[in-house]
Design a protein around this ligand. Structure first.
Ligand code: SF4
Length: 257
């Protein structure tokens, strides 16, 4: 069990009207599929897996992980106003159609910090490459669980605070396409300050284990649409196979957001 700190802000203008910290939202990463894959392998590989698992469940790993996320509710008009050219160049028809029906948007960013990454590098340098890889994979699965938890919080808050419902969750830069929309999340919320995430000139987030998404809200309750990475590796994708794909129901569809 990992502990996730979530910040929620409502802002109609440049500064938040409300800013709230939700402490210790519990997050469970299911490693069963990963364990099943590695338990069938050679003795050396199994040993590396067991050593990874012991580390992942240890108090010292808990200390190295800093799962934090932020949800910023903004009027969709502010997103359009500041980023219309980027929206046209970096998103598809689907996103643009939903945008027109959305009075408010939830911008989300989340990270596990950079300390775990340093530990992964340390294990690699010591020659524990498989252990390092497994920690990296588990960290990505944790990021996916954090994303799902943030979506749940958005669903609850959107309904209670605005009478709105999630329509489409867009991953800017999924597969690096449309990454020019990533700054919208950081320019229009307090995510950089609250989470310590910075962007370089290619819109790559630091810490590396950080993600963001743009969730459009609408007036009607409906099934949430979300879009796969571009290109999508489909069922060959390791994250899909391990249950860590953010758009697992869409991997075989040609959807562009
Ligand atoms: S299967 Fe999921 S995680 Fe993998 S590339 Fe496709 S959308 Fe991305």
């Amino acid at each position: 069990m990992k502990h996730f700190t979530v910040y929620v802000e409502n802002r109609d203008g440049p500064t938040p009207e409300t800013f709230e910290k939700l402490e210790d939202t519990p997050i469970l990463v299911d490693l069963e599929k990963l364990a099943n894959q590695y338990r069938q392998k050679s003795t050396g590989t199994r040993k590396a897996f067991d050593s990874f698992l012991e580390f992942w469940e240890s108090a010292s790993c808990e200390e190295l992980l800093e799962p934090k996320g932020l949800i910023g509710f903004i009027p969709t008009g502010r997103l359009i106003e500041g980023f219309i050219d980027t929206i046209h160049s970096g998103t598809g028809q689907n996103f643009q159609q939903f945008l027109g029906k959305s009075p408010r948007t939830a911008l989300m960013a989340w990270t596990i910090g950079d300390t775990i990454e340093k530990k992964v590098t340390e294990f690699s340098r010591e020659g524990n490459n498989l252990k390092a890889l497994l920690i990296d994979v588990a960290a990505s699965l944790l990021l996916n669980e954090m994303h799902l938890k943030l979506r749940e919080i958005v669903r609850e808050r959107a309904k209670s605070d605005f009478g709105l419902y999630p329509m489409l969750d867009h991953y800017p830069g999924g597969g690096r396409k449309g990454s020019e929309l990533i700054p919208a999340v950081f320019d229009l919320t307090s995510a950089s300050k609250a989470l310590g995430i910075t962007l370089n000139d290619q819109n790559i987030m630091n810490p590396r284990k950080s993600e963001c998404s743009i969730l459009l809200l609408g007036d009607e309750e409906r099934e949430l649409q979300n879009t796969p990475c571009i290109p999508c590796l489909g069922k060959r994708c390791l994250y899909y196979q391990l249950g860590g794909c953010h758009a697992s129901d869409k991997v075989n569809e040609k959807v562009t957001s």
